[in-house]
Design a protein around this ligand. Structure first.
Ligand SMILES: NC(=O)C1=CN([C@@H]2O[C@H](COP(=O)(O)OP(=O)(O)OC[C@H]3O[C@@H](n4cnc5c(N)ncnc54)[C@H](OP(=O)(O)O)[C@@H]3O)[C@@H](O)[C@H]2O)C=CC1
Ligand SMILES: Nc1nc2c(ncn2[C@@H]2O[C@H](COP(=O)(O)O)[C@@H](O)[C@H]2O)c(=O)[nH]1
Length: 326
């Protein structure tokens, strides 16, 4: 593989500005049948999203994916969202009971708009079979399958019927897959995204490793349609994790979906629990993300997200922060 790099190794190169104000730049993106305000989705993790946040995001025109860690509530959740005229977007795993759950959604005529198949090693027959099961019983539902980290995996899941694939094995903030198994895209997620995107015929969601808002623009440049983010969303006042005070400073808990804490047992643990700084409201962050992305579009010399996909870039190995912190 040539050119292995990650977010901090890249700078995008500005092109001539086409707007008189950044407010003219449109950050919206289409995924499936719907358009969303931002190419960003909070991670489907228990300390990042809950029913309240899902409803708020859907009402305000943002994409969301509800997590799968309260499995019994999912049918009611889909029905409620549909009753309110909101997009229903949920996650499933690949175990036997999930097959029955898909059949239940079908028999209740409660097809979600989006289903994300959410397992650690998505390049597997388990995911291929689940894609086909969903497509058989809920043919109108947009299926996101993951997670994967190679072009072969993207192609195989697309061939099986996935409408989008999610790329990122191990770059997450609470991930320990890279340490425990030696595998993954941690440390070269942006290059892996580029590699996968070259093979993809359908949208890719880049998942994990986003540490700054500029990384969203970089993900788009290297082939992402949407970007999934956990740690940057876990610290809000609305975030579902507990608030913790340490030496007068407020933090929020953030734990991996494969952490011992989430699983309740010490078996195949590939995630950890940590705290992130408390940082005000989700609404403020979404507005700041939109403004930063509008600015990125203006530097790309365009008026919409598409402009970012065509800019030149340089590799600046580990130097973009010059020792600075945000
Ligand atoms: N993006 C990432 O880098 C990672 C994300 N995660 C997140 O953690 C959560 C739990 O993931 P996961 O453990 O997959 O979900 P589940 O615990 O639901 O496991 C799904 C199924 O896949 C099997 N399975 C899991 N990993 C492997 C593997 N490496 N090889 C073969 N079979 C496997 C499991 O069996 P068995 O347990 O018996 O092997 C189980 O039958 C998810 O939300 C996932 O997104 C976890 C790790 C990495
Ligand atoms: N290896 C693991 N990855 C995990 C786990 N729980 C979630 N995740 C992945 O991380 C991203 C979020 O990354 P961030 O850098 O934005 O914080 C999330 O979407 C999952 O793909 C886990 O336990 N182990």
């Amino acid at each position: 593989m040539e050119n292995v790099f990650d977010y901090e190794d890249v700078q995008l190169i500005p092109a001539k500005c086409m707007v008189n104000s950044r407010a003219e730049c449109d950050t919206s993106v289409k995924l499936g049948k719907h358009s969303f305000k931002l190419p960003v989705v909070p991670a489907n993790m228990q300390t990042v999203i809950d029913v309240h946040i899902a409803e708020t995001l859907a009402e305000q025109g943002y994409f969301y994916i509800m997590h799968r860690f309260d499995p019994e509530s999912r049918l009611g959740f889909v029905m409620d969202m549909k009753d309110k005229g909101l997009i229903a977007s949920i996650s499933v795993g690949v175990k036997k009971e999930e097959y029955r759950f898909i059949e239940l959604l079908s028999s209740e005529q409660s097809a979600p708009d989006y289903i994300t198949i959410d397992i650690a090693h998505g390049h597997s027959n388990a995911v291929i079979d689940m894609i086909q099961h969903i497509k058989t019983h809920l043919p109108e539902t947009f299926v996101i399958a993951g997670n994967v980290g190679t072009p072969e995996a993207v192609r195989e899941l697309e061939r099986a019927g996935a409408d989008a694939t999610k790329v990122g094995i191990g770059p997450g903030k609470v991930c320990i897959t890279k340490i425990k198994t030696g595998f993954g895209t941690g440390g070269w997620q942006l290059a892996a995204l580029r590699w996968c995107a070259k093979a993809a015929n359908k949208p890719i969601i880049a998942d994990g490793g986003i540490r700054t808002h500029g990384d969203i623009a970089k993900s788009i440049r290297f082939g992402a349609t949407m970007v999934m983010i956990g740690s940057l969303f876990a610290g809000h006042e609305e975030s579902p994790g507990h608030t913790i005070e340490k030496n007068g400073q407020l933090y929020k808990e953030y734990f991996g979906s494969a952490s011992e804490f989430q699983k309740g047992v010490k078996k195949n643990v590939e995630g950890k629990k940590m705290v992130v700084e408390h940082k005000g409201s989700l609404k403020e962050t979404l507005i700041e993300m939109e403004q930063d992305l509008q600015s990125a579009i203006s530097y790309a010399g365009g008026t919409g997200i598409e402009a970012i996909r065509h800019v030149d870039y340089v590799l600046v190995k580990n130097s973009i922060f010059n020792g600075d912190k945000l």
